[in-house]
Design a protein around this ligand. Structure first.
Ligand code: ATP
Ligand code: MG
Length: 264
């Protein structure tokens, strides 16, 4: 199997070149794994200017299971993209595991994203020409994991989400819930400290939604910090803490599931 060939992989794009990337010894202590300070994200200029994030401050501690809610257009995905190092703030600071990510160049940012973060999206974003196993192997190719180790780790990750019998299926041969479980296996295979999920259950029925939430709870119990955007109160209720966005701002940073019951 040659995934590099199938995806036209160029390893030189992913070579880390920053001394900021040495492992962080503070990981064992309780720590603010995500710290956002006075973050603005402004799209457009003049009359078309949109303040997608308008002075956001947020701390998420290591080990939390947190959901982000709020109306459509309130800035949830914009915030998640910044937390996930897929985008940069217009101004303000973002510290991921005490690293000021604004100081990193693109290659260092790609490395930190691959090493510390896992992503799950509403639409799964699996590569259709690759099997479940190959999709899960992919982030390890970028991370430089040895060939011999990749297959074992991908198989283990797929086992963790209950897909040990589907290793060779392509995405089109899997149900929506199964595809999302492949995406979760892909997100955790590099052993991230934070799992980020933007409406991960938005395309799933209620039974499959619960399967995905059960996996998130297990991952969180094993020590992974989980941050999830959702529109569904019954999904948010299963997390420990709810952050509420409105008009590009955090208007409640520490709601509990019972607060949510009062609000509905
Ligand atoms: N690339 C972009 N260019 C211009 N405006 C953008 C861009 N991305 C987002 N916006 C605007 O920023 C605001 C916040 O968008 P965002 O996608 O973060 O909202 P959201 O809370 O995730 O909404 P939804 O619940 O619908 O997913 C919106 O007004 C949106 O139109
Ligand atoms: Mg969104």
């Amino acid at each position: 199997m040659n995934i590099e060939k199938k995806i036209n992989f160029n390893s030189s794009l992913f070579t880390p070149n920053s001394s900021l990337l040495t492992p962080d010894s503070s990981l064992s202590q309780k720590t603010a794994i995500i710290r956002i300070e006075n973050v603005f994200k402004i799209y457009g200029r003049g009359e078309t200017e949109v303040k997608a994030l308008n002075d956001v401050n947020l701390i998420i501690e290591q080990g939390e299971y947190c959901s982000i809610m709020g109306p459509s257009g309130s800035g949830k995905s914009t915030a998640m993209n910044i937390i996930g190092c897929l985008d940069r703030p217009t101004s303000g600071h973002y510290y991921l595991d005490n690293i000021d990510v604004a100081q990193l160049d693109d290659s260092a940012l790609a490395h930190i994203r691959n090493k510390k973060l896992g992503f799950v999206f509403q639409q799964f974003h699996l590569l259709s020409q690759l099997s479940a196993l190959e999709n899960v192997i992919l982030p390890m190719v970028y991370a430089g994991v040895s060939n011999s180790e990749r297959r074992d780790r991908a198989t283990e990750a797929l086992g963790r989400v209950g897909l040990e019998k589907r290793l060779n299926n392509k995405p089109t041969q899997l149900s929506g819930g199964q595809q999302q479980r492949v995406a979760i296996a892909r997100a955790i295979v590099n052993r991230p400290v934070v799992l980020l999920a933007d409406e991960p259950t938005g395309a799933l029925d209620s039974r499959t939604t619960q399967e995905v939430l059960d996996i998130f709870s297990e991952l969180n119990a094993s020590g992974i910090t989980v941050v999830m955007v959702t529109h569904e109160p019954e999904v948010a209720r299963q997390t420990q803490r709810i952050v509420w966005f409105r008009d590009g701002q955090v208007v409640h940073s520490n709601m509990t599931p019972s607060d949510l019951t009062h609000m509905q």
